[in-house]
Design a protein around this ligand. Structure first.
Ligand code: NDP
Ligand code: HSE
Length: 432
C-alpha cells in the first residue's frame, strides 16, 4: 500500500477525535482508501500542555512548516483566519490534499483556496465546515450535482439553537440560556460569532456557493443574530403555536428589476410547530433543500462536537487518500452560473410585528393605516391589554411582503406619537 503522510494541524475538540479515530479504525480506513495512513505530525501551540488523550509525544510539534512540508495530506483544525490561511496556502502550493473544518476561513478566502488547489492539481475538502456530522457539503456538491436547488433553509448553528430551545422549553432568559450553553461547552467563552449569527452566515455562504454554482462570501450574507430575542418573544410565539429559530436562508429569486440572483440571509424567525425545522432541538442542525427534481430533502444530525465533526473529517480523509493513490479528484469549485447577490430588501417574507400603543380612540386605525400606506397587507391583528395593565399591545401579522416595505413600516411606526414601543419584528417562515 502506498503510504500517505498526514499532518493534523490542531489537536483540540475535533483534532483529538480525528487522531483517536484514525488510530482505532486504521485498518478499515486503509481498506476503504487503499492507502496506508501514517500520521506524521500533530501541530499544537503548546507541546507540553496536559492532554487527556493518547498521542505519541514525538508527533507533537510547533514547527508548522516542517509538519506541512512533510505531509501528503494536511488536516487543518486550528480554526480562525490566521495562521490557518497561511498554512492551508502552503499545503496547497506543495500539492498536498487539504481537509479543513474551518468555515470562517472558507467563507472569507474560499475562492483563493479553490484556485490554489486547481493550480496545484490537488484537492480541498471541507465536509466538516458546515453542520458538523451532517453530510450537507457532499449532498450539495455531489448528490445534487444534476439537480437545480431553488431554496435552502437551515438551522446550522448548534449553540444558538440550544439557547433558543432552552428559552422556549424552560422559560429561561437569553442571558440564562447563554450561560448554560457556555457551562455545557457548546458556546465559546466569547460566543460572539455564534450569537451574532456570523458562524451561521459563514456556513450559509459556503452552502449557497455550492447550491447555486456561484461565488458567495460572508460579506454577501445579511446577518441578524439572536441577542435581542426575549423571554416575552418566546412566550408570544408559543401562544400562537410557533417557536423561534435562527435560520440560514439562501434562495434563487427575481428582484424588483427582474434580475435573477441569490438572496442570502441569516435571521431569527417564527416557525410554526408543524414545520420540520421546529422539531430540531438542542444543539442539533438541520437543512431543508427545495430542489426542482428531487423535491424537498431534509438533512439532520449533530452539527458540532468532537466525534461527530471528526466523522466528517474522516470521510474527507478516505476520499482524499483514495484519490491520491487511485487517481481522480474531488469536484472543483463550480461557479459557472455567476448569479448576482440580490439586495436583501427584495426578499419576500411574512412578518409579525408586536407594538405597544397608547390606549386611545383611533390608534388602531392609525397603525393599520401605516401598514396600508406602505403597501403591506395585514393577515391578522390581535389587541391585548399590556401585562402591566396600562397601554395596549397590538400584534400585527402581515401577508408576504418585501423586506424593504416592512422596514419602511417600522420606520413610520417609530415616528408615530401613538406607538410607545416596537417590542419585536420577526419574520415568519412558512407559506402565506
Ligand atoms: P479547539 O480550539 O478545540 O482546538 C484548536 C487546536 O488548534 C488546539 O489543539 C490548539 O493548540 C491548536 N492551535 C490553535 N492555534 C494554533 C496555532 N497558532 N498554531 C498551532 N496550533 C494552534 O478548536 P476545535 O477543535 O473546536 O475546532 C477546530 C476547527 O473545527 C475550527 O475551524 C472549527 O470552526 C471547526 N469545527 C469545530 C466544531 C466543534 O464542534 N468544535 C464543529 C465543526 C467545525 P493547543 O492544543 O496547544 O492549544
Ligand atoms: N459553534 C458552532 C455551533 C460549532 O455552535 O454550531 C460548529 O460549527
Amino acid at each position: 500500500m502506498t503510504v500517505q503522510n498526514i499532518a493534523v494541524l490542531g489537536a483540540g475538540t475535533v483534532g483529538a477525535q480525528v487522531l483517536r479515530l484514525i488510530n482505532e479504525h486504521r485498518d478499515d480506513l486503509q481498506a476503504r482508501s487503499g492507502a496506508q495512513l501514517n500520521v506524521s505530525a500533530v501541530l499544537v501551540r503548546d507541546v507540553n500542555a496536559k492532554r487527556d488523550w493518547d498521542v505519541d509525544p514525538n508527533l507533537l510539534t510547533t514547527d508548522a512548516q516542517a509538519a506541512i512540508d512533510g505531509a501528503d495530506i494536511v488536516i487543518e483544525l486550528i480554526g480562525g483566519i490566521e495562521p490557518a490561511f497561511t498554512y492551508v496556502k502552503r499545503a496547497l502550493k506543495n500539492g498536498s490534499t487539504v481537509i479543513t473544518g474551518n468555515k470562517a476561513l472558507l467563507a472569507q478566502h474560499g475562492p483563493k483556496l479553490y484556485e490554489l488547489a486547481a493550480q496545484n492539481d490537488t484537492d480541498l475538502y471541507y465536509e466538516a465546515a458546515v453542520a458538523g456530522a451532517v453530510p450537507i457539503v457532499y449532498g450539495l456538491r455531489e448528490s445534487l450535482a444534476g439537480d437545480r436547488v431553488n431554496r435552502m433553509i437551515g438551522i446550522v448553528n448548534g449553540t444558538t439553537n440550544f439557547i433558543l430551545d432552552q428559552m422556549a422549553t424552560t422559560g429561561a432568559s437569553y442571558e440564562e440560556a447563554l450561560k448554560e450553553a457556555q457551562d455545557l461547552g457548546y458556546a465559546e467563552a466569547d460566543p460572539t460569532a455564534d450569537v451574532e449569527g456570523l458562524d451561521a452566515a459563514a456556513k450559509c455562504a459556503i452552502m449557497a456557493s455550492l447550491a447555486f454554482h456561484s461565488r458567495v462570501t460572508m460579506e454577501d450574507v445579511e446577518v441578524e443574530g439572536i441577542t435581542s430575542i426575549t423571554a416575552e418573544d418566546m412566550e408570544e410565539a408559543a401562544k400562537q403555536g410557533m417557536v423561534i429559530k435562527l435560520l440560514a436562508i439562501a434562495e434563487r429569486r427575481v428582484d424588483i428589476e427582474g434580475v435573477e440572483g441569490i438572496g442570502v440571509q441569516v435571521y431569527p424567525a417564527l416557525v410554526p410547530t408543524t414545520h420540520p425545522l421546529a422539531t430540531v432541538s438542542g444543539a442539533f442542525n438541520a437543512v431543508v433543500l427545495e430542489n426542482e427534481s428531487a423535491g424537498r430533502l431534509m438533512f439532520y444530525g449533530q452539527g458540532a462536537g468532537g466525534a461527530p465533526t471528526a466523522s466528517a473529517v474522516l470521510s474527507d480523509l478516505v476520499a482524499g487518500a483514495s484519490h491520491r493513490v487511485r487517481g481522480g479528484h474531488a469536484p472543483r469549485e463550480s461557479r459557472y452560473a455567476e448569479l448576482p447577490i440580490l439586495d436583501p430588501g427584495s426578499a419576500q417574507t411574512r412578518f409579525q410585528v408586536r407594538i405597544r400603543v397608547r390606549e386611545a380612540a383611533g390608534v388602531l386605525e392609525e397603525v393599520a393605516g401605516i401598514f396600508a400606506r406602505h403597501g403591506v397587507s395585514l393577515l391578522a391583528v390581535q389587541q391585548n391589554k399590556a401585562k402591566d395593565g396600562q397601554d395596549v399591545q397590538i400584534v400585527l401579522a402581515t401577508h408576504t411582503t418585501r423586506d424593504s416595505d416592512l422596514q419602511a413600516v417600522i420606520d413610520a411606526l417609530g415616528k408615530s406619537k401613538s406607538v410607545l414601543a416596537i417590542e419585536s419584528s420577526l419574520r415568519v417562515e412558512g407559506d402565506d
